[in-house]
Design a protein around this ligand. Structure first.
Ligand SMILES: C[S@@+](CC[C@H](N)C(=O)[O-])C[C@H]1O[C@@H](n2cnc3c(N)ncnc32)[C@H](O)[C@@H]1O
Length: 303
């Protein structure tokens, strides 16, 4: 069951409003409709509502590559069979191949994102090393105990049943294998949360569960331990990325999220409301964004 109360940080009053809305979503039954949430997320990353995701690599490469490098530097990939859950356009997947993994399987819920990974695999001649599979992180289409390592870079916060995703990663890893994931911390993209809150008329969100749920280091530590993982380690980095202009910052956000936060907005007004979010940044002169990333590692028990 997804959370009802917002897991990120936000000003008290806004958080209260979100939490009341979460309770309404629970009462109306929308909270339980995780298939609809995943369908909205898939449409966003397939570019079906807006085309911004086509610029994912242009604006997002440095960010996602930097987070992937920080995630992977703690683990050994050499000669390993690695699963990359929510691999997107393959920024993390290519990093894993170049970290000397023996074989890598990239999975994602978006066909568009996987198409971009396939282009990279072909351009680099990695066809014998990389498998590309369309799959939901909550229901991985693999037998138990297949991979040496399961990795996921900045996906968990977008998945409705996060416990299930982590349990799936543990299930498909061999005994003694490693789970490593990075996710959105409580203040990640705080400026975007404020802009969305200001620009999207509340009537569109009423009784709908929002699609983005950050996690703090305590939750990750506790969940990894409760799941029976050994050698659990959690670290967190918080920093700010600066952009040349507020408009560039908006482009980064729009392309890296596919505007999934606009899933509730009807087609006829989506462009004008997204423009309001862009204008919020421009008028408020916001050209820096908070990045808050929690990294978690654990080892599956030997038996
Ligand atoms: C912010 S991107 C990160 C992509 C990639 N890991 C990277 O580092 O660039 C989030 C990705 O998660 C994928 N995603 C969201 N929900 C998912 C789910 N339930 N199952 C699998 N992938 C999902 C999206 O399609 C998108 O490609």
């Amino acid at each position: 069951m997804p959370d009802i109360l917002w897991t990120g940080e936000m000003a008290f009053l806004k958080k209260m409003i979100l939490n009341v809305n979460g309770i309404l979503a629970w009462i109306s039954g929308n909270m339980k409709d995780t298939d609809a949430m995943k369908q909205d997320m898939t449409s966003a990353y397939n570019g079906e509502r807006t085309a911004d995701v086509v610029n994912y690599d242009t604006y997002g490469w440095d960010h996602y590559n930097g987070v992937a490098v920080a995630l992977l530097e703690e683990i050994s990939l050499s000669e390993k069979h690695v699963l990359d859950v929510g691999c997107g356009t393959g920024i993390s997947t290519i990093e894993i191949v170049e970290g000397k993994a023996n074989k890598v399987c990239g999975t994602d819920i978006s066909e568009y994102m996987l198409g971009e990974l396939k282009k990279k695999v072909e351009a680099k001649g990695y066809q014998n090393v990389v498998d590309v599979i369309l799959a939901d992180a909550e229901n991985l289409p693999f037998d138990d105990n297949v991979f040496d390592v399961a990795v996921s870079n900045m996906v968990l916060g977008l998945v409705p049943n996060q416990e299930k995703m982590i349990r799936e990663m543990i299930r498909v890893v061999k005994p003694g294998g490693v789970i490593a994931l990075s996710t959105h911390g409580p203040t990640h993209y705080a400026e975007l949360s404020d802009a969305v809150f200001a620009a999207i008329p509340k009537r569109y969100m009423l009784g709908r569960r929002i699609l983005y749920w950050p996690r703090g280091r305590e939750w990750m530590q506790r969940f990894f331990q409760d799941a029976g993982l050994n050698d659990v380690k959690v670290k967190q980095s918080i920093w700010h990325d600066s952009f040349q202009s507020s408009n560039d910052m908006y482009e980064f956000i729009a392309s890296s999220t596919g505007n999934f936060y606009a899933s509730f907005i009807p087609d006829e007004v989506i462009n004008s409301i997204l423009n309001d979010i862009r204008q919020y940044f421009i008028v408020s002169k916001i050209d820096k964004i908070t990045l808050d990333v929690v990294y978690a590692y654990g080892k599956k028990a030997e038996s």
